[in-house]
Design a protein. Sequence first.
Length: 149
Amino acid sequence: MIQLGLKQIDERVDNIRGIELGMWSDSLGLAGTSDLVADYQGELSIIDWKTATYIKKEEIMLSYILQGTAYSRMLYELYGMIPKNIVICSFIRFDPRKPNPFMDQDIYIDWRVYNPLDYIRRLKSIVDAFHYQRKQREINNSDTVDMHG
């Protein structure tokens, strides 16, 4: 599938800074590995590759966007670099048993671009809730151990 997208990738992606770049954020309490850190149409971006069998709605894309927002924050904390974009590039192969004469090799490449600043507050809220719930579980588990221990 990637071979079919090479022309589009070559036209849009340049100046690669990291492939499968492991990062972390002390402020978020998260770690992860981004697919690609590079320029997308001339601007520093976090690029995430996806494969799919259908075009995803925006609601479904939110988890990918938040993941990219986290990587944006990590890149800033670790290297002082501020990505302008989160790019989700989906290689979509519709039902291979039903060829589509309007598509090259039945592959559609869906490029979506988001601004990480539009999602940072939402990410921070979700991460804070996650850490709070985790701490509550730890407290509840230690209370259970103390009561039965």
